[in-house]
Every structure is written in C-alpha cells, then in structure tokens.
Design a protein around this ligand. Structure first.
Ligand SMILES: *Cc1c(COP(=O)(O)O)cnc(C)c1O
Length: 399
C-alpha cells in the first residue's frame, strides 16, 4: 500500500486509487453498468448485507465512481468522498445529510448564485435559516452566531472579485461555537488549496470546472471525515440518488491526472494577464490575488499552495477588471474579442469572458450587487490554456 500522505496533490491526481481489473489495463477502465451479478443467492445476500465486499447498484456503488472518490479524497487529504451529479447536488446532499429543520447556516454573501438560492429558497422552505456575511469580516461571522448555528459555508477565492477568506480563522470561530466549516474549493482545486489541512471540516467541489478542465461533464463531490461524509452524506446519496454517472467519473479521473499541470498553466497566464492589465490605460482596477495591490495578497500567499517547491504561489485562473465608462465600455471590450468565448463558464481549456453584472450576478438586486462590489464596468476573464500572448492580443482590441 502506498502512503498517500507522502505524495503531493499532483502525484495523487495520477497515482492515488489506480483501479485495475483482471485485464491489468494501465489507464482506468470504465464500468458503464447499472447493476452487478453474483455467482449464487448466498453471495448476493452477503454483498447486499454488506458482509462481503462487492458492488450492488451504480446509484451508490460503482467501481469507476469509487475510484474518482478515493482519488479526490486523497488529493484533499480527507478520509471519505461522495461523488454527485453536479456541484449543486454536492452542496444539497451535504446540507440534507447534516442539517435539519431549525438549524442555522452562516454563509459568505458572495457565493455562487445557485448556492445562495439553494440556501434561501430551498433550505428556507424546510426551516433552515441562513445569514449572509462579508467573507473577510471575521467579526461579522462571530456576531451572526446563534445557538442553532450548525454550518459555516464559504468560497475562497470568490467570484468575480477573487476576495480571499481566512479558512483557519473561520474554522476556529465555527468550532468554538460547535459548528462546522465547509469550503467550496472549486476555484483553486486541491493542487492549490487544501482546506481540510487548514482546519475546515468539509470540502465541496463542482467537478464541472477545473477537475474536468475541458468543459465536458457535470459532476460534484463532498470530501471530509468517515462519519459525516462516508456515512451520512453517503447515506443521503444512496437513498435520494443524486449520483455521479460512471461515464462522467471516468472523464474526471482522466481530468485529475492533468490537474496539477493545467492549474500551473492557468495560474501563470492569469498572473501575466493581470500584470499586463494593470499597466493599461482606461482600467480602474484589476482584481487578482497574485497582484501586490490585491487587499488579500498576503493571506493568499499563506493559504494557497506553491506551484513548485520554492516557486510562486498559485493564485488561480480568474482575473477581473473594472473599465472606465461603465456598462457600455465593458460590453465594448467583450464584443471586441475574436478568440475568447463569451460565456460564464470557467475552468476550461478555453478562455472565457463575461460581464458579471448582467450575467452571473444579473438576478440579484442592484443593491446586493453594489454591496458585493460588482460594478457595471466589471469584466471577468477565466483564463484558459491558450498562449497568453494570444489572450492579451485578443483583449487589447477592445481596450
Ligand atoms: C459552478 C459552481 C458551482 C455549482 O456547480 P455545478 O457543477 O454547476 O452544479 C458551485 N460553486 C462554485 C464556486 C461554482 O463555480
């Protein structure tokens, strides 16, 4: 048995949980099957009763999905992982498994839009209340505590302003109040940030983004300890069925093998683009944690992992910037691109460009947008894997 604790996350993305059938294939096989057969009634009974190791039904036991779960758990440094059909179903499963009516959540007010809707409109209907706070104002998290607070939920860096929340400090506040901290690690992935090692109790992922990395499949995951995730979240997933498809799990297994390499390229190009943007005229501000001008640059340097030993820190692939001239100027930049894709997706090989105020954050109130710092002049770029000179050339047209 290899000792996974000795390997770095890029190695684990390749070497942790290498599934192998009797054919001894080198690259993981795809088990595209809903059910499994037994040699006798007695064997079927033993597997169903959990007395004998084996698969029952792909809603909750599929070897390809299981390999993805084991590999991601190793990369995040967690004991258990449950794969789900999407990032949203990972967050839903985690909440349904661990919370009940009357419980209270404290969450960052700058979360992914569907997560805010899930907390407010879905969980709210079942008697779970959420208070939204400024992610970097630690006093606000403490002040929002109630005796019924069970869960802290944060995304860091957040979208689109790349603000960084202090995971260790939030874990301490949560634990002091008997609550747990869940981090949405979608924007950095375990090769750049390992929240469980910083004191967080749970990590959720949208595998749709960087874990796939090529914009093909929907998927998600919850990672954490054996009791909460291995038993409770698994139990919900088994019963309710928001399971990951084995085909998608196979695509994600391939994606994890290149995750370290891809994240390094996303980060290097994003930093180069951010530095170039900072030197251009007509731009009010550039938002990227790798810039010394970013208010949380030092925290990011402490919290994120390095791209190589002694190398630079990984700051992620998102760069936002505010142009002078409001919406008209921002739309002009977007409409002038020839190569970049005008879409809100991220974590793809292809660089994407979007206007947050009228797309990803278009459905929240103008006041909430203002509070979150999302102005009409703001443009978000999710840097892909093209040559960075070509990304810069394409953007320079509209600037
Ligand atoms: C996309 C995204 C999600 C939701 O994931 P899906 O796979 O689209 O369901 C959750 N959190 C963050 C930060 C995201 O970017």
């Amino acid at each position: 048995m290899n000792d996974f604790t000795k390997w770095g996350p890029s190695t684990l993305g390749i070497r942790a949980a290498e599934p192998r059938t009797g054919e001894m294939e080198h690259s993981a096989a795809l088990h595209l099957t809903s059910s499994f057969v037994y040699t006798s009634a007695a064997e079927a009974a033993a597997v169903f009763a959990g007395e004998k190791k084996g698969n029952v039904y792909s809603r909750f036991t599929n070897p390809t999905v299981h390999a993805f779960e084991e590999r991601l758990a190793a990369m995040e440094g967690g004991d258990a992982c449950v794969a789900t059909a999407s990032g949203m179903s990972a967050i839903l499963s985690m909440c349904m498994a661990l919370l009940k009516a009357g419980d209270h959540i404290i969450a960052s007010r700058t979360l992914f839009g569907a997560t805010i809707n899930l907390f407010n409109n879905v969980l709210g209907k079942f008697g779970i209340d959420t208070t939204f706070v400024d992610p970097s104002d630690l006093n606000a998290w403490g002040a929002a505590l109630r005796p019924s607070t069970k869960l802290f939920f944060v995304e860091t860096p957040n979208n689109p302003l790349t603000e960084i929340a202090d995971i260790r400090a939030l874990a301490d506040i949560a634990h002091g109040a008997g609550a747990i901290l869940c981090v949405d690690n979608c924007f950095l992935s375990p090769v750049l940030q390992q929240p469980l090692k910083l004191g967080a109790d749970l990590v959720v992922h949208s595998a749709t983004k960087y874990l796939d990395g090529q914009g093909r499949c929907m998927g998600g995951a919850v990672v954490g300890d054996a009791q909460r995730v291995g038993k409770e979240v698994f139990g919900f997933m088994r019963t309710a069925g928001p399971s990951m498809s084995p085909f998608n799990a196979w695509v994600f297994l391939k994606g994890l093998e290149t995750l370290g390499l891809r994240m390094r390229a996303h980060c290097e190009s994003a930093l180069a683009l951010a530095q170039w943007l900072e030197a251009q005229k007509g731009i009010r501000r550039v938002f990227h944690p790798g810039l010394a001008s970013h208010p949380h640059h030092e925290l990011a340097k402490r919290q994120h992992l390095r791209l190589s030993p002694g190398g630079i820190t990984g700051f992620g692939g998102i760069v936002s910037f505010e142009v002078e001239g409001g919406r008209e100027a921002a739309w002009k930049v977007i409409d002038s691109v020839q190569m970049l894709s005008i879409t809100a997706n991220l974590g793809d090989t292809r660089t994407t460009i979007t206007h947050p105020a009228t797309t990803t954050h278009g459905r929240i109130s103008a006041e909430a947008r203002k509070l979150a710092g999302i102005t009409e002049g703001l443009v978000r770029v999710a840097v892909g894997l093209e040559n960075v000179e070509d990304i810069i050339n394409d953007l320079s047209g509209g600037l």
